[in-house]
Design a binder for this molecule. Sequence first.
Ligand SMILES: NC(=O)c1ccc[n+]([C@@H]2O[C@H](COP(=O)([O-])OP(=O)(O)OC[C@H]3O[C@@H](n4cnc5c(N)ncnc54)[C@H](OP(=O)(O)O)[C@@H]3O)[C@@H](O)[C@H]2O)c1
Length: 254
Amino acid sequence: MNAQKIEGSITLVTGANRGIGRALTEALLARGAKKVYATARDPQSLGDLHDKRLVVLPLDVTDADQIRAAVEAAPDIEIVISNAGVSLGTAITDIATVDHARREMEVNYFGPLKLLQSLAPTLARNGGGAFVTVGSVAGLTNAAFFPTYSASKAALHSLTQAARVLLGAQGTSVFGVYPGPVDTDMSRALTFPKTSARDVAKAVLDGIEAGQEDIFPDPFALDFSGQFEASPKASERQFAAMVTAMLSGSAAAA
Ligand SMILES: NC(=O)c1ccc[n+]([C@@H]2O[C@H](COP(=O)([O-])OP(=O)(O)OC[C@H]3O[C@@H](n4cnc5c(N)ncnc54)[C@H](OP(=O)(O)O)[C@@H]3O)[C@@H](O)[C@H]2O)c1
């Protein structure tokens, strides 16, 4: 696994307009990136970010034409950070669950898969570089607050492992990022202590620069990783207890 230097690098970030993606974009610029392709569904949502090293591109990761256009517009990419994601947070018993689960798979799994397929040749041409997926601890152990989101992140984790093997041959390092609760729009409903997107972005870039293939970028994730490594079953029981306690708390409050 090759460490990647951020200073002087050319990186593409998906979902760069808010949350962790925005923090990553700002951290890349602060650490001396040569160019950052900041992509978003609505490019205007990046209009307040001014830096001559920034190239804003429209990119919905579920839109094959927009992925194709981004690949053409950005032939010099060395690092891809596949960050965009959605959590639609429905219980398995909700009527909308199957539609929401499909949407989560489209954005959280098929999007990164298409991006990986489309950008692997660019990375190869530019010396290998790195592909970074932003997953979740919930992709390693299902967090049944958001059961179908967790399943989509499990699929992404599996894809990340495959990409590490298959892109290794062309010299591309593949990093998996597994955050715990981060203070962004996505986790607004969660009552746990959360890490700031800024601290998470810093830890992600530190991990890439250290050549750390699995990046646990916050205290919750670090604790989780220690336990998960020792016993995946203990992690499953811990998450089950957290979810049960939260659900019985909301039932009591209702
Ligand atoms: N927050 C957490 O606690 C947490 C924990 C673990 C992992 N993560 C992961 O971290 C990543 C970033 O999440 P966040 O916390 O920063 O959430 P967020 O604040 O809700 O931001 C999500 C980002 O993804 C973008 N996005 C959604 N659908 C997209 C699509 N089809 N194409 C392109 N971009 C799309 C959003 O763009 P729009 O503004 O256009 O919607 C937004 O920029 C996600 O992969 C998430 O699963 C988050």
